[in-house]
Design a protein around this ligand. Structure first.
Ligand code: UDP
Length: 494
């Protein structure tokens, strides 16, 4: 039987977590699996289906075997405003936990769906944090695959931190070396992800459950490519006993501009207007500044960024967003004449940017990023050097990977995590002068910058090769499907 035909016997049920950084690559992954002939069901809710799923409308019409299982989120029961189904929709951060619980409450309906199927799904794929998926997988004896959208470097940082507990015996801001990694990686406790540095939230119990759930999972899908971080990929492969599959960069599954522009949300800027603006700039001359989908940076801090972009005297695109305080920064932009002063070389995107479309334009010379892994990998795939400004979660690890290991980024020098929801307490952590210096360093013509640009370009080329038919990620997705097939046939024989 041809590979595509045999894969049709497999059925993956995919359950994304309710935040853009998880939903977006999970939808990409669904597309990729379906392109390999696997039948995919995405468990979702109505607003998220419309927002994140519309990018699949055309591929589904053309025959890709993807269906959506739309379940109604019980808004009232969890005190969530109607229509808020994703973290960045929430009017206030205090509701994040309720939204998470509302998504978890769908377990029963998912189990009812599985019970009614003629045959059990071949596997369930979801983020680690959805602990209930592990329970459901166990109950129905279905292999569970974890997909968190992290790279192998981060996985290994978490692994050694968890096992060595080295961070427990050091002060908040004392730097220490993470033991047993291929490179000498130094971090401070206040730069660690929330598993080891949770601020005012007690996560000990949850972290323990997470570890158990991860160890029980069949394997882990990684949005990265082996050549990017070979030694870390090998080490993680060993940790997962060969059941880790680097199958990225997932964003490269979208080739057309019309797809790129729909990814993750309705773009706040007209696609043609954006392209026209970029077309009018010189190659490699523009700095693109976007700090992710969840950052809630204080207006005072964003003003520093605006002033840095202005004083750098380079063309720039700035994606302006400050969570519930967006109005304040918009007011500053308007009343202080910022947009007017920079109108000849600045393009402001007020809301959601078509990031893939922007990054893949040759006019982009650097990406100022918060180091969320999706954004970082999208920057790598586009072959651009980066200005790194991590905020929270595993973003400081990603910064280390970009700056120290891959040598394609320059840090703005932030020293510690700003916990989500505690931004006001931190105030301004980096001044415009510092930001300007780093932007200029990355954009300059000097030898160091040239070398950085060259390395970034090479990695971009490698990323594109990895997803081609001869590439490592293509082969890894084939191996993943084969591993699940082997698992299914073992079950059927027993
Ligand atoms: N993104 C986008 N437009 C925006 C903001 C974000 O397309 O205006 C996309 C970005 O391309 C990436 C995802 O949203 O795929 C954000 O994920 P990431 O891991 O970078 O950061 P997070 O938002 O989870 O912190």
């Amino acid at each position: 039987m041809a590979l595509q035909e045999t894969n049709q016997l497999l059925h993956f049920v995919i359950i994304p977590l309710g935040s853009p950084g998880h939903y977006i690559p999970t939808i990409d992954l669904a597309k990729l699996l379906a392109q390999h002939g696997v039948r995919v069901t995405i468990v979702t809710t109505p607003v998220n289906a419309l927002r994140f799923g519309s990018i699949l409308d055309q591929p589904i019409q053309s025959g890709l075997p993807i269906t959506f299982l739309e379940l109604q989120l019980p808004y009232m029961k969890f005190g969530i405003p109607e229509g808020c189904e994703c973290m960045d929709d929430l009017p206030n951060i205090g509701l994040a936990h309720d939204l998470f619980n509302a998504h978890c409450s769908l377990q029963h309906e998912v189990e009812q769906y599985i019970e009614k199927l003629d045959s059990k799904p071949s596997c369930i794929l979801s983020g680690t944090y959805l602990l209930w998926v592990g329970e459901t997988a166990k109950k129905f004896q279905i292999p569970r695959i974890i997909f968190d959208g992290m790279n192998c470097f981060t996985q290994m940082c978490n692994h050694v931190l968890y096992h060595s507990k080295v961070y427990e015996s050091v002060g908040e801001s004392d730097s220490f070396v993470l033991p047993g990694l291929p490179d000498r990686i130094e971090l401070t406790r206040s730069q660690l992800s929330f598993l080891f540095n949770s601020g005012s939230t007690d996560t000990k119990d949850f972290s323990e459950k997470l570890r158990v759930s991860e160890s029980e999972a069949f394997g882990v899908v990684v949005n990265s490519f082996q050549e990017l971080e070979q030694e870390y990929a090998d080490a993680f492969q060993e940790v997962r006993k060969d059941k880790a599959w680097c199958i990225g960069p997932l964003s490269l599954c979208h080739k057309d501009a019309s797809e790129k522009v729909q990814r993750g949300n309705k773009s706040s800027i007209n696609e043609n207007e954006c392209i026209k603006w970029l077309d009018a700039r010189e190659s490699g001359s523009v700095i693109y500044a976007c700090l992710g989908s969840l950052s809630r940076i204080e207006p005072a801090q964003l003003i520093e960024l605006g002033l840095a972009l202005e004083s750098s005297e380079k063309p720039f695109i700035w994606v302006v967003r400050a969570g519930h305080k967006t109005e304040k920064i918009e007011k500053w932009i308007d009343e202080e004449g910022f947009e007017e002063r920079t109108k000849d070389r600045g393009l402001l995107i007020h809301g959601w940017a078509p990031q893939l479309l922007v990054l893949s334009h040759p006019a982009i010379g650097a990406f100022l990023t918060h180091c969320g892994w999706n954004s970082a990998l999208e920057g790598i795939s586009a072959g651009v050097p980066m200005v790194t400004w991590p905020q929270f979660q595993e973003q400081f690890y990603n910064e280390k990977l970009l700056v120290q290991v891959l040598k394609i980024g320059v840090s703005v020098g932030v020293q510690k995590v700003v916990h989500w929801g505690e931004e006001e307490k931190s105030g301004v952590v980096v001044k415009s002068e510092e930001l300007r210096k780093v932007i200029e360093m990355v954009m300059s013509d000097g030898k160091e910058s040239e070398d950085r640009r060259k390395r970034a370009k090479e990695l971009g080329k490698m990323a594109n090769e990895a997803i081609g038919e001869e590439g490592s990620s293509y082969q890894n997705i084939t191996r993943l499907i084969q591993d699940i097939r082997d698992q299914s046939s073992t079950k059927n024989l027993s």
